[in-house]
Design a protein around this ligand. Structure first.
Ligand SMILES: Cc1cc2nc3c(=O)[nH]c(=O)nc-3n(C[C@H](O)[C@H](O)[C@H](O)COP(=O)(O)OP(=O)(O)OC[C@H]3O[C@@H](n4cnc5c(N)ncnc54)[C@H](O)[C@@H]3O)c2cc1C
Length: 338
């Protein structure tokens, strides 16, 4: 198949849950347009005409419609009954097959833990260069990355194979495009025995509250050791709910049992890049900053005016968070009339 691709086609690996594309996919599509024409890869469990693994034809239609709204003219539907049964290897094989068949100008995926693993394996399989944690992409293929926990910014260009870029969530602002009716190209993916090396036996879905996903939220209210007690994180939750945001925490807070580990922000936690990051009782260690310093606006609440976090603050409040947060929540509620 696929003599229909163009030389500047850029493959984008879509992320989707329950028939809804992630916000990150729209960001990747915008990034792909910098290099060429995006062709979005949808991985679908099941063979043609067969609905399995939750990927019904209705789901596929819904996803294609969302991609059309984002102005995507080409969708590559990669089907295998075995997606979802194994870890990342089937995804890697699907992308490697598409790289061989479609000879794209580049491949873009999200710099999540899974995305980076897929990108690394794909680079080895296709003999290509890879850049991860990309925060900016330019038309000549140069990518900007933050390295050494964000303490240095480098610009690099891939000179080998099909360039693979793992793009940081929230680093690129998705742009609106003229809606189109996408052309759908279906590919049956053939898995090798090595792709079946480790099979998923069971999986448990973590209970999710009403707050947005931490890595996708446009507002993050984060707390550190300065919050003091686990129950005082309720203040941060109230502020986050008032602003439609998510709650994050420093490693000292998660290690100290103040908040669950899955919400840790930083070098060994999650990377966030929201429009607004409110750091409460966080000192601003380099490992914490590595996960949040690309936030567009940083507000700091800290009782110690010499804390290094103030160096990256757009707006700082020197004060006890136990006094500042209740006043802020009350003021926001009054403003919202609730
Ligand atoms: C390999 C490695 C990886 C790491 N990865 C991460 C990571 O991913 N994420 C991460 O966060 N850390 C990480 N760390 C830990 C990091 O070095 C810091 O120890 C940690 O970020 C400190 O957390 P904190 O700012 O909450 O605590 P502290 O440094 O103890 O700071 C607490 C702050 O709260 C303020 N405060 C105290 N009371 C109040 C109050 N009542 N009101 C307002 N402010 C108050 C204090 O002035 C202080 O600035 C890592 C460390 C290593 C070595």
């Amino acid at each position: 198949m696929s003599s229909d691709n163009v030389a500047t086609e850029v493959l984008v690996l879509a992320e989707h849950t329950d028939g809804t594309l992630s916000k990150t996919t729209a960001e990747l599509i915008t990034a792909a347009r910098i290099l060429g024409e995006p062709a979005v890869v949808l991985l679908v469990s099941g063979s043609s005409g067969e609905a399995s693994g939750g990927s019904s034809d209705a789901t596929v239609d819904a996803l294609c419609a969302q991609l059309g709204e984002l102005g995507v003219a080409h969708v590559v539907l990669a089907r295998s009954p075995e997606f979802g049964l194994y870890l990342v290897t089937p995804v890697v094989q699907a992308l490697a097959q598409l790289v061989r068949e479609r000879k794209p100008a580049a491949v873009l995926l999200t710099a999540s833990a899974d995305g980076k693993e897929v990108a690394g394996r794909l680079a080895v399989l296709t003999g290509s260069g890879l850049l991860t944690d990309v925060t900016e992409l330019h038309g000549d293929g140069t990518a900007t990355q933050e390295i050494f926990a964000g303490s240095a910014i480098v610009a690099s260009r891939i000179i080998t194979g099909t360039p693979i870029y793992a793009i940081r969530r929230n680093a690129i602002t998705s742009q609106l495009a003229v809606p189109v009716q996408p052309e759908v190209h279906t590919v049956e993916v053939l898995l090798s025995a090595s792709a079946r090396a480790s099979r998923i036996l069971d999986s448990v879905v973590e209970p999710k509250g009403n707050r947005p996903e931490l890595t996708e939220a446009s507002v993050v209210v984060a707390g550190g050791r300065g919050v003091g007690r686990a129950e005082d994180f309720q203040l941060l939750e109230q502020l986050a709910d008032q602003l439609g945001g998510a709650v994050g925490a420093s490693r000292a807070a998660t290690d100290g049992g103040l908040y669950p580990h899955q919400f840790q922000v930083g070098q060994t936690g999650k990377s966030v890049s929201p429009q607004l990051y409110i750091a409460c009782g966080i000192s601003g260690a380099i490992q914490h900053r590595a996960g949040m310093q690309t936030a567009k606006n940083i507000v700091v609440i800290n009782s110690d005016s010499t804390s290094p976090i103030f160096d990256i603050a757009d707006f700082g409040i020197v004060g006890d968070l136990h006094e500042v947060l209740p006043q802020t929540i009350t003021a926001l509620r009054e403003r919202a009339g609730s």
